[in-house]
Design a binder for this molecule. Sequence first.
Ligand code: SAH
Length: 353
Amino acid sequence: MQLKDHSVQALREVFAARGVERWRADQVAGWLYARGVEEVAAMTDLSRELREELADSWEVRALEVEHEQHSVDGTLKAVLRAADGARVEAVAIPEEARNTVCLSTQVGCPLACSFCATGALGFTRNLSTAEIVDQLCRMRELCGPERPVTNLVFMGMGEPLLNLPAVLEAIRLFVHPKAFGLAPRRITVSTVGVVPKLGELLDVAPIHLAVSLHATTDAVRDSLVPLNRRFPLDVLLGELRRLDTVNRRRPVFFEYTLIAGVNDSLADARRLPALLRGIPAKLNLIPMNAHARSGLRPPDGARIDRFLRELAAGGLRVTLRRSRGPDIQAACGQLALHSGRDGGRSARGRLRV
Ligand code: SAH
């Protein structure tokens, strides 16, 4: 069994079923997550019996660092390897007052969005809770104590809402005071909008929601995000208007990857404020990062500016995401696994940071 597959609450139950006091789970979480100690022998306030049981029948680590790269702007990219050889990428993005870690939730992705390299990779498997949590453990070690991780974004490879049980259990560990103790508002989950799962995600904790919008009409969104055919814009946005948990929280971030000639017209910019009316929305514009798996390209700077100005005139809160780590291929859409096996196919993914 893998210790990091269990939230503190779940581990208490597992321990109880094995005749171990429930509160021992809180102690173990304190060592693993609050202190970052993974050596069971070093967990000195546990009974010798429990230490033996943990060492004999439990696993502690789910991911090892295979490769790390540092950008001149401080961005750190790591390729992390699971026990079965599957590999995922995580990125740490330091800014003045924060250090954000970007997490993957799946090896590959089944949703096949046309501008996304992970979509071109196809789907290998879901990550376990331990593999999601260990991305943070490894990145925290790589960043070192002088650069503590302050924020988490589920914006790496994969669709979090298609691996919801594992993602929820990981979030429970991220926010639990005995574990990582992160404030929920420091966690953002990004989704293309798997409508039936949104409510369950938002019930776990008052985290931030980011929705990958990318289009203002169903015709364009169908072509960019195939899942739109199942959950078209009015269904997705209707659900966001309906959910109390959306309206009670700080803004919903809408991500809009700007693609030349596809979704960057003035008509698009004019449609956006009306489309998002009634939702506490903030728009993040991300000029597309080109990659070999797609013929799509970002618009030029003048066109991006024009789009931004039109949005601002329409009264929408909007920010332009700047690229981080382009020199190490860690910027939006650039991160890619280049070799090795996972699930029998060569892996190529990308992370948006
Ligand atoms: N599946 C989830 C989580 C992955 S984060 C989701 O789609 O929301 C995915 C984000 O990466 C998307 O919002 C998209 O804006 C961004 N993205 C994907 N490919 C990109 C590219 N080539 N350039 C810029 N952003 C990209």
